[in-house]
Design a protein around this ligand. Structure first.
Ligand code: NOJ
Length: 602
């Protein structure tokens, strides 16, 4: 039996993984047989083991991106300027003043590169070309200038784990197997019985390998069959990537959101995975060269510019992600953590009422991990998840206070904060009527798989509809006019029917709207830097349905009180302060459903 397993058990990655498998317990409770059976697991933990992080006390280094409010734009759905039913760069340009007025500092564009759009742009065909649907490089330059002219920054979504199968590199590999581009991707011979090289499944309900008869080989794709995984072990490929990233930085962009960046290193030999939700995931979710590649990216690109990076990933817990964001390790500035998007036992396909007490626990656990060497992010919605607001509310009367509660949380906690388009309006659940309305490759594949497993069309539709990524990709609701003012043409994806009541134009006019509450909350964060840099201290943490905390530093002290429930709640504690912002306008004797208030204490 290996001798260092107890040391390995202390690694955050080991703990988070064992927890997910339901096997986490104190070292003394492991039997030798259990330790032995976990040998492949220990091997993987050993490959990425790092010195344990000791929180670094002391003041935070002040940085623009730490104070920033970032706003994610899903270009296809944001604003269509030419009536073709698809959002575009000139449409985004026309809304820059709206973003500025909201208080946005960083605009993040989901992919706008040339792409066959199998996965709506996360399958890039040309990293240096703008998708014709979105406009031209001149339109992009104008947009970038417009963003900068308003004192905002722009970050690009960058997909470095895979390219489209239509990318010239992949095409060259197919055409000439002796070309250097073949090794830019991950190829293997099949098994003797003609089956794929291993049993891995893609994230999109299919085997993770495509067979190419002309080469008699299989190529790996962890996502759709048109998204081919790049071989990061090839140094020439990495050079091309750095070149391309520097080209965008030299153009003036301010950083990157890095798509599934934790998947770029795969375990040698690509062994069969344990059968599970995504079979094979343990072999690439935290690969042996991940940190090496991130440090190289930092050295060759990020550190050469005043850039901001946020890594997106999957399958890693918050504690493991810290290893990628420690300033002293020189990898990424921040990562996203999504483990609070659903409560345990639920997935994005579940329809249930989310209990905000779980969110409170998550926040209490994670806020404390921010230190002088490590910076967090705050995120509740994105283009891959159903609207958070719909998960936490049931009755119409709850929507407005619950949306304001989320806004106040985001603007008063530690971390760089992210808003997803429409979140600031209280956009929510779309009632899809039929599977033919789905546009998302993940949803379509899942639907087909369910049918192939014997589900009826109705059953498959009912399962997929609440979780399809089309939920948050439904077009922005600008006005109560036709198509919510998103397009004069036919929208590429159906809008939520409620755009006549939920839209930016009407909310602009209503001083109590969700939009105006977001503006006010953002403005509080900007005026009072203590809300960015101050210490986070929970108040009455044991009190169910109540979440209270202070943010404090030499410049001031602030207090947030929140009713996490849909019923009235007595205050467990009275604090004497000045109400700066309250979701019901004023504070009263008891906390009303989902009420959230911000006070200045000194
Ligand atoms: C994560 C992105 O957010 C998602 O939309 C995409 O499908 C996958 N990565 C693959 O690129």
């Amino acid at each position: 039996m290996r001798s260092n397993w107890k040391e390995l058990l202390k690694q955050p990655f080991a703990q988070e993984n064992l927890m997910m498998m339901g096997k986490l317990k104190p070292a003394e409770e492991f039997t030798p047989e259990e330790v032995e059976a976990l040998e492949p697991f220990w091997k993987r933990v050993e490959a990425t083991a790092l010195p344990l992080h000791v929180p670094v006390k002391g003041p935070y280094e002040r940085k623009w991106w730490k104070e920033a409010v970032a706003y994610q734009i899903y270009p296809m759905s944001f604003c269509d300027s030419n009536g073709d039913g698809i959002g575009d760069l000139n449409g985004i340009y026309s809304k820059l003043d709206y973003l500025k007025a909201l208080g946005v500092d960083i605009v993040w564009l989901s992919p706008i590169y040339d792409s066959p759009n199998d996965d709506n742009g996360y399958d890039i065909r040309d990293y240096r070309k703008i998708h014709a649907d979105y406009g031209t490089m001149e339109d992009f330059d104008r947009l970038l200038e417009g963003v900068h002219a308003r004192g905002m920054k722009l970050i690009m979504d960058m997909v470095l784990n895979h390219t489209s199968d239509e990318h010239p590199w992949f095409q060259a590999a197919l055409k000439d197997p002796t070309s250097k581009y073949k090794d830019y991707y991950i190829w293997r011979k099949g098994k003797a019985d003609g089956t794929p090289p291993n049993n891995w499944q893609s994230f999109f309900s299919e085997p993770a390998w495509n067979y190419y008869p002309e080469l008699d080989e299989w190529a790996l794709h962890l996502f759709s069959r048109k998204q081919m995984d790049l071989n990061w072990e090839n140094p020439e490929l990495r050079e091309e990537v750095y070149d391309m990233l520097n080209w965008w930085m030299d153009k003036g962009v301010d950083g990157f959101r890095l798509d599934v960046i934790n998947l770029i290193s795969k375990f040698e030999g690509l062994p069969d995975g344990e059968e599970g939700f995504i079979t094979g995931i343990e072999n690439y979710v935290y690969g042996p060269h991940l940190h090496e590649y991130l440090q190289e990216l930092n050295r060759r690109v990020f550190s050469l510019h005043d850039s901001y990076t946020v890594g997106e990933g999957c399958g890693l817990g918050a504690a493991t992600q810290v290893s990628m964001t420690l300033a002293s390790r020189k990898e990424l500035n921040t990562t996203f953590c999504f483990s609070h998007f659903d409560t345990p036992g639920h997935s994005k396909y579940s329809t249930y009422r989310y209990d905000l007490n779980y969110l409170k626990d998550y926040i209490m656990k994670t806020q404390g991990t921010q230190d002088a060497d490590n910076w967090l992010t705050l995120v509740f919605e994105n283009h891959d998840q159903p609207r958070f607001l719909s998960k936490i509310t049931r009755e119409p009367g709850e929507i407005e206070p619950a949306a304001k509660l989320v806004a106040l949380l985001e603007m008063t906690l530690c971390g760089t904060t992210f808003i997803y388009e429409g979140q600031e309006l209280g956009m929510r659940f779309v009632e899809f009527k039929h599977a033919s309305e789905f546009r998302d490759v993940e949803a379509i594949n899942m639907y087909k798989k369910l049918l192939s497993e014997g589900k009826t069309e109705e059953e498959a539709f009912r399962f997929v509809a609440p979780g399809t990524r089309d939920q948050t990709r439904a077009p922005m609701q600008w006005t109560s006019d036709a198509n919510g003012g998103f397009t004069t043409g036919t929208p590429w994806l159906r809008l939520n029917d409620n755009f006549d009541t939920v839209n930016a134009a009407d909310e602009e006019k209503d001083p109590d709207s969700i939009l105006n509450f977001y503006r006010a909350a953002i403005s509080q964060r900007k005026q009072n830097k203590t809300l960015v840099y101050g210490d986070f201290v929970p108040v009455c943490p044991e009190q169910k349905d109540f979440f209270g905390y202070t943010r404090e530093d030499a410049d001031g002290k602030y207090y947030v009180e929140i009713n996490l429930s849909a019923h009235e709640l007595e205050r467990p504690v009275e604090m004497n302060g000045t109400l700066l912002l309250g979701s019901y306008g004023t504070a009263e004797k008891a906390l009303r459903p989902f009420e959230a208030n911000l006070y200045r204490l000194r």
